[in-house]
Design a protein around this ligand. Structure first.
Ligand SMILES: [Zn+2]
Ligand SMILES: [Zn+2]
Length: 259
């Protein structure tokens, strides 16, 4: 009886406000519930999404079911898809881990807009699986992240593509070339624009960075979070190639699929 009272007393905080404050501060760094399914996180982690949600992320089909150029899932095996036939893209090949919807979309939102940067590690792990499955181990010499405009990066505090590239580089043993390409101006939001409008929107958006000479004769894998129309990737790749890159492929976490 006495023990019970004692433990009850101990659990009563002397200052609920203060304890709440510390709890909130603590859960900011070490979240205690999954931000997708709201189940308690089972282990002490900085990644705010539970293992079940992360393990449930489904990837796009592998080689046989996709366009060999851009990685688009195809109804019939083979390809190339219509866009690749038209020569719409600047990359040699592109691949993405999964479709930009459902849980993957939620996780990417947390990562990109809510400051939950520890998600870079599990997302890069998915990219690493695709990289190993789709390309020969010596296919690339270095990674480059699609740059953000300086103003936007300052506002957000980080470039999500750069965090993914660093994590992927660490996981796959590939160097990341920094400051080889810069975004000269922020492009207005691209949503709702046609492909032609996006291209116009992106004209002159990228320029070589102060270390662009590092690109010379290198086989580059360009990293971004989402492949939407491929217009941003293509605009960036044009600059990388002009600066001397031998070849450029692209890898993103997700890809928007029409319909
Ligand atoms: Zn969850
Ligand atoms: Zn294609």
């Amino acid at each position: 009886m006495l023990a019970e009272t004692e433990s009850a007393d101990l659990s009563r905080s002397p200052s609920p406000g203060l304890s709440h404050f510390f709890h909130s501060l603590f859960s900011l760094f070490f979240p205690d519930i999954c931000r997708v399914c709201e189940e308690p996180l089972e282990r002490f982690t900085r990644v705010p999404v539970c293992r079940a949600c992360l393990e449930g992320l489904r990837g796009l089909p592998a080689r046989a079911g996709i366009c060999e150029g851009c990685g688009l899932p195809l109804a019939a095996a083979g390809g190339p898809c219509r866009q690749c036939q038209k020569g719409d893209y600047e990359f040699e090949q592109a691949r993405s881990f999964g479709a930009y919807d459902g849980v993957l979309r939620e996780v990417l939102h947390l990562f990109k807009y809510r400051g939950m940067t520890p998600l870079a590690a599990p997302l890069a792990a998915r990219m690493a699986e695709v990289l190993k499955r789709e390309w020969a181990p010596d296919r690339f010499e270095a990674l480059v992240a699609v740059p953000l405009a300086r103003g936007r990066e300052r506002e957000r505090g980080y470039n999500q593509a750069a965090l993914l590239a660093r994590e992927l580089g660490r996981q796959c043993g590939l160097p990341v070339l920094e400051n080889v390409c810069r975004r000269v101006r922020a492009t207005p939001p691209q949503t709702g624009l046609t492909r032609a409008q996006r291209l116009e929107n992106l004209r002159g958006a990228f320029a070589p960075g102060p270390r662009a000479a590092l690109l010379a004769a290198r086989r580059i894998l360009l990293i971004d979070d989402v492949f939407t129309t491929g217009a941003t990737l293509s605009a960036c790749i044009r600059v990388l190639r002009k600066a001397g890159a031998e070849s450029v492929c692209a890898l993103t976490v997700a890809r928007t699929l029409a319909g």
